[in-house]
Design a protein around this ligand. Structure first.
Ligand SMILES: Cc1ncc(COP(=O)(O)O)c(C=O)c1O
Length: 403
């Protein structure tokens, strides 16, 4: 039976959060979990708010609803149904899974690939499969939560270095001299700041100190590089990343995650990683959608060109208005507000004026750097961006962020 004191502690914890949410609702500051009724590119209909311009989506290349991708998903349902009734290693593998893994390996210029049921699960299971008790795992301070959780689950020694600080990474490598495996894990594009990892230096240090390198490309697949292949293409450093991780839920309009790398690494993960061995296979329509999306990325290069034009246009517009966007050079663009109150007031103004955008507060970002996080995509027209810029400008004035 549960101890009364334990029950009270849990009730207190839950009440604390409930109070915060109630306060947010009373102030008009609660913007989470808003149901979207209809999608039309960047124009969405939100229940209770009406038509809004989306600036919080990860659909960087505007592939959601693409006719070829929708048709592939529907055909997969007709052929295979809606699920697999099993884990991949037993009865759950379809020809479609293998085709998708081959397509990912080709796109990422790797020998092989393996898919998992989400990006979160991919990081969790890969890190905790590859390192263990006698190993060391070294991460950038701003790495995604799924990487951090994988490190904690692994029971390896977990060391963090200051964000994108190569001298601090070298210190971590020197101090963590280990007879076991040393694994460095970084995001390619950081999900709260939108800046890019210094891959040339990270990969040089990994080689120098004999560490394996894993890079999370959740926000760089389809965004970085001349053809959207990601961080290695961006720096023209093909082959320096040992473990190439990505998701199928952002640029790719599906769900799931992947690891691309050597054939042996992939075989190892397919037999040793618990999320692959003990969890059901991705459903057929989602696999077929992802497979078709990789083809569309190659067939329609204009999408990446449009995204890159939009990023430059939006960043220039924000800078011209005096906003601080940190070092973002990508589709994730923080608009730093400082205090939580100001970020919430900015978000409220934007939401009330037709812009769907979310505030990001501690602990997701350091205290004093609360922000709006604006995601620009290929779905935006220049008129859409102009409309958003004028709302941000008015919000910035109203909230005292810009003069
Ligand atoms: C950097 C990064 N890695 C991993 C994930 C998890 O991916 P998924 O949403 O596909 O589970 C996210 C999700 O936002 C992310 O931003």
């Amino acid at each position: 039976m549960t101890e009364p004191q334990m029950t009270d502690t849990m009730a207190w914890r839950i009440a604390q959060l409930t109070d915060r949410i109630d306060w947010g609702n009373e102030m008009g500051y609660y913007f989470y979990l808003q149901p979207i009724e209809e999608l039309n590119g960047a124009h969405v209909r939100v229940q209770g708010r009406g038509e809004m311009l989306m600036f919080a989506s990860y659909g960087y290349l505007d592939l959601l609803g693409h006719p070829k991708i929708n048709a592939a998903a529907k055909a997969a349902i007709d052929r295979f149904g809606t699920g697999t009734h099993g884990v991949r290693i037993l009865a759950g593998t379809l020809t479609l899974h293998n085709q998708l893994e081959e397509a990912i390996a080709r796109f990422k210029r790797a020998e092989a690939a393996v898919v998992f049921s989400s990006g979160y699960v991919t990081n969790l299971t890969t890190v905790s499969t590859l390192v263990g008790r006698n190993d060391v795992v070294i991460c950038d301070k701003l790495d995604h939560a799924s990487i951090v959780d994988g490190c904690l689950l692994s029971r390896a020694r977990f060391v963090r270095f200051r964000h994108n600080d190569m001298a601090d990474l070298e210190r971590a490598l020197v101090e963590s001299d280990s007879r076991g495996v040393r694994l460095v894990v970084v995001d390619a594009v950081f999900s709260m700041d939108g800046d890019i990892i210094n891959l040339p230096e990270v990969s040089r240090l990994c080689r120098r100190y004999g560490a394996l390198l894993m890079v999370d490309e959740a926000h760089s697949l389809g965004v970085l590089g001349k053809t959207g292949r990601g961080i290695e293409e961006h720096f023209d450093l093909e082959g320096v990343v040992d473990i190439k991780m990505g998701t199928l839920s952002k640029t790719i309009p599906s769900v799931g995650g992947y690891i691309a790398g050597s054939r042996d690494l992939v075989t190892y993960l397919k037999h040793m990683s618990r999320a692959f061995v003990f969890s059901a296979a991705l459903p057929p329509p989602q696999v077929a959608a992802a497979l078709a999306a990789f083809e569309v990325m190659e067939e329609e290069p204009w999408r990446l060109e449009k995204l890159q034009r939009n990023i430059t246009y939006f960043l220039d517009g924000l800078h011209a208005r005096g906003f601080d966007t940190l070092n973002s050079q990508t589709a994730i663009i923080p608009i730093v507000c400082g205090s939580d109150e100001r970020a919430l007031a900015m978000a409220k103004y934007c939401q009330e004026n037709g812009i769907f955008i979310q505030p990001i507060l501690p602990p997701a970002v350091p205290s004093g750097s609360s922000r709006l996080r604006a995601n620009v995509t290929a779905a935006h027209s220049l008129d859409d961006i102009d409309r958003a810029l004028s709302v941000f400008e008015a919000a910035g004035r109203e909230c005292g962020l810009i003069p």
